[in-house]
Ligand binder design. Structure first.
Ligand code: PHE
Length: 442
């Protein structure tokens, strides 16, 4: 019996997985993290981690998912059992936590399309900073946009893997690339943009600290959507003929390509208008609107930009909901549509305190000085994803190596030139390096 849904084509799968990877992590987080961590040096460390550890973890997840044809918890149960399903459980937990705050921030991007289009975003960085602060601390408005975004996410997942997720990504991902290229064309031709390009592309290693590595690693995991079972789930809908290594290479390259392009878009614009690249999370919502306000055609480009962010966030959010849906339908026999709605509503509810933590509940701290949203992000991105990555690579490298070798070579039919390197990274490099970076960051 094999009634599991499958992707329609290799392209559809790659675009869906790239849709998962490319998101707020690339366009919102990556440029400001680069700005805070010294520009080019961060970029080099980031790319080095992505194409060694990141790529290997992604391939490991594809292999586990396709071998098992199950959701993350079920996958570890059918492949090995014992305590291993706990890894899948941590993965599904991470999906819940991440989606709850991800949807809040994604809601802001929808709000900013509206604000941009209605001409509400005028003034310099100070005024726009105040406007942003007022908006996110409002107890009602951001929650409405959060609900709207969750509704869109549920709607795509309700369509199913093939007719919902794959079809949406096949339209939205090319659109995203086009929008990105149009915007970059605008940004790099601004007078003074060269300074931003230089900052982004010329490494200054004197700014590198242990924190740089820590930031680059958690960013790599978050951006590639690895360590939490999204790629296990997407891999589980793959047919047995697809070349896993090639697909992982494509998805990783597209994801880092978009991160680099986002850097090329945002940093030149920020420098051209003399703003601070180290402005942090506000870079996208404060500094950029200030740039758009001064730029010829700014309203038009501003609306395009926030539409781009919403699209990128949506194709990622569906990959956070789908592992949960597939768990409840594979293991508990739920109708997937009911699972999508129930999980979506629970996650929406969990997101409410995240949104309120930026306003009325800002005095309420969970971890150290961190409010609810920052605590969710910290637990998920800095702990659950790296721990998930360590356990998945140990599983593939040590526990199931023979079966996984068969899986990535399609039972010996496809040669995979990096087999030895991949297993070596899964066995030694990834667990040790990730554990080391994780511990040094605590
Ligand atoms: N990779 C997505 C981004 O960069 C976020 C994400 C993380 C999606 C984990 C799925 C799983 O925005």
């Amino acid at each position: 019996m094999n009634t599991r849904e499958q992707w329609g084509s290799r392209l559809g799968f790659v675009l869906a997985a790239a849709g998962s990877a490319v998101g707020l992590g690339n366009i919102w987080k990556f440029p400001y993290m680069t700005g805070q961590n010294g520009g080019g040096a961060f970029l080099i460390i980031y790319l080095a981690l992505v194409f060694t550890i990141g790529l290997s973890v992604m391939l490991a997840e594809f292999a586990v998912g396709r071998a098992a044809q199950r959701n993350p918890i079920g996958a570890f149960a059918v492949l090995k059992g014992k305590l291993w399903p706990i890894v899948g459980f941590l993965a599904v937990l991470a999906a819940f936590l991440i989606l709850s705050f991800y949807s809040v921030v994604a809601g802001w991007t929808i709000a900013y399309i509206v604000k941009m289009a209605s001409g509400a975003l005028v003034g310099g960085a100070d005024e726009l900073g105040a406007a942003f602060g007022n908006f996110i601390s409002d107890p009602v408005q951001p929650i409405i946009y959060h609900a709207l975004f969750m509704g869109l996410t549920i709607a795509v997942v309700l369509g199913g893997v093939h007719d919902g997720i794959e079809r949406a990504c096949k339209v939205l991902m090319p659109l995203l690339f086009i929008l990105l290229l149009v915007l970059i064309g605008r940004a790099v031709t601004l007078p003074g943009a060269e300074k931003g390009l230089e900052f982004f592309l010329m490494p200054d290693f004197s700014k590198v600290t242990a924190e740089t590595f820590n930031g680059a690693l958690s960013q790599a995991f978050f951006s590639l959507s690895i360590g939490m079972g999204a790629m296990i789930t997407y891999g589980s809908y793959l047919n047995k003929k697809e070349n896993l290594g090639k697909s992982a290479m494509w998805v990783t390259s597209l994801d880092s390509g978009v991160a680099v392009l986002a850097g090329l878009l945002i940093l030149p614009a920020v420098f051209a208008f003399g703003f601070d690249p180290a402005a942090g999370p506000g870079l996208t919502f404060i500094t950029l609107p200030a740039v758009f306000a001064q730029m010829p055609g700014g309203t038009f480009f501003g609306v395009l930009f926030f539409a781009l962010l919403t699209i990128a966030a949506l194709t990622s959010a569906v990959s956070l909901l789908q592992p949960i849906v597939s768990y409840f339908s594979d293991e508990k026999g739920w109708n997937p549509k009911i699972a999508a709605v129930v999980a979506g509503v629970v996650i929406f509810t969990l997101g409410i305190p995240s949104s309120l933590s930026l306003g009325v509940w800002s005095d309420f701290h969970i971890i150290g000085e961190k409010g609810f949203l920052d605590s969710m992000d910290y637990v998920a991105s800095n702990i659950l994803l790296p721990v998930g990555g360590i356990l998945i690579t140990i599983f593939v490298g040590w526990i199931m190596a023979d079966k996984m070798k068969e899986e990535v070579t399609n039972n010996g039919e496809k040669s995979f030139p990096f087999l030895g390197a991949w297993l070596f990274i899964c066995r030694f490099v990834a667990p040790v390096a990730v554990a080391w970076i994780l511990v040094s960051g605590l």
